[in-house]
Ligand binder design. Structure first.
Ligand code: URA
Length: 279
């Protein structure tokens, strides 16, 4: 197979795996890609693209570029805080997040994924961060897990078009769909807090352990966090009840846990009804 054809096949195969919910380690895939040898052929256009992708996906390249700006984590968090504080609407916050260069993941992915759904909705769903499909389309929860999330929400009369706002605790896809690391979450956090302050949701649903633990600043796993409502407050004083729930990607792998997720959805529905929110 010509090199550019095999690179394309590898890309298609890994995308297909990811769509099926299989976690793909991009650094391993990069090692499988054909290496250009000899001076007889210049790289074909698609090989040149693959090379650019490889550079983006090298786990340390983003970190180096962040270092080269001579800023440390603390400086980037401060910059995120200042950008977030300067945003007075969800739209301007989105622009601020897109302009931010302090998350090393940004160099490794295609798009900044900020939100989808209805601004001002009573329900805010927060996941852990974009996957492959989300990175391609620039919207959260649009892959297989997102489709399941939509079905789960629909079961309690929630949907993106009318009453639900969807975002993540990290806006850039980690390579190979690994979990975002603590410093990656830390630079995003001022934006997440500001989003909650601006959106003023009645309830937050945190999908999966990464989102729930990060938002609640807890080491407790999702198995023990889920099942009840937790108090949540932003530094600016916005208080919102938070319901931790299994991540839909986990439910795709363990459908036997859907009954527990259903109980959590009923809890969300009951709390909304108690608060007088009509859906
Ligand atoms: N998983 C998440 O946590 N968020 C997304 O946007 C997509 C998949």
């Amino acid at each position: 197979m010509p090199q550019n054809a095999s690179a394309a096949a590898l890309k298609a195969l890994t995308e297909w795996w990811e769509d099926m919910g299989v976690e793909v380690d991009q650094s391993e895939i990069a090692r499988l890609k054909p290496v250009q040898t000899g001076a007889n052929t210049g790289p074909a256009p698609s090989d040149a693209a693959a090379t650019a992708t490889d550079t983006r996906q090298a786990p340390t390249s983003g970190r180096n570029s962040r270092k080269s700006a001579n800023k440390g984590l603390h400086d980037w968090i401060q910059e995120a805080e200042s950008l977030a504080a300067g945003a007075d609407s969800i739209e301007s916050l989105k622009a601020a997040i897109e302009s931010f260069e302090g998350c090393p993941l940004k160099q490794l992915c295609e798009k900044t994924v900020v939100y989808d759904g209805t601004i001002g909705a009573p329900v805010m769903v927060l996941g852990e961060g974009p996957g492959g499909q989300e990175d391609r389309l620039g919207l959260p929860f649009v892959g297989k897990a997102g489709q399941l999330l939509d079905k789960m929400l629909a079961a309690i009369q929630l949907d993106r078009k009318t009453n639900t706002f969807i975002s993540n605790v990290n806006y850039w896809r980690p390579p190979g769909n690994r979990n975002p690391e603590a410093d990656e979450l830390a630079v995003c956090r001022p934006f997440v807090n500001r989003m909650i302050d601006l959106a003023q949701p009645k309830i937050i649903v945190a999908t999966g352990g990464v989102a729930a633990k990060s938002l609640l600043n807890s080491k407790t796993g999702i198995m023990r966090l889920r099942g009840s409502e937790r108090p949540f407050e932003t530094p600016a004083g916005t208080k919102v009840p938070l319901v931790p729930m299994f991540h839909p990607a986990y439910l795709l792998r363990r459908p036997q846990d859907k009954s527990r997720a259903w109980r959590d959805l009923l809890l969300v529905q009951a709390r909304l009804s108690e608060m007088g929110v009509t859906l």
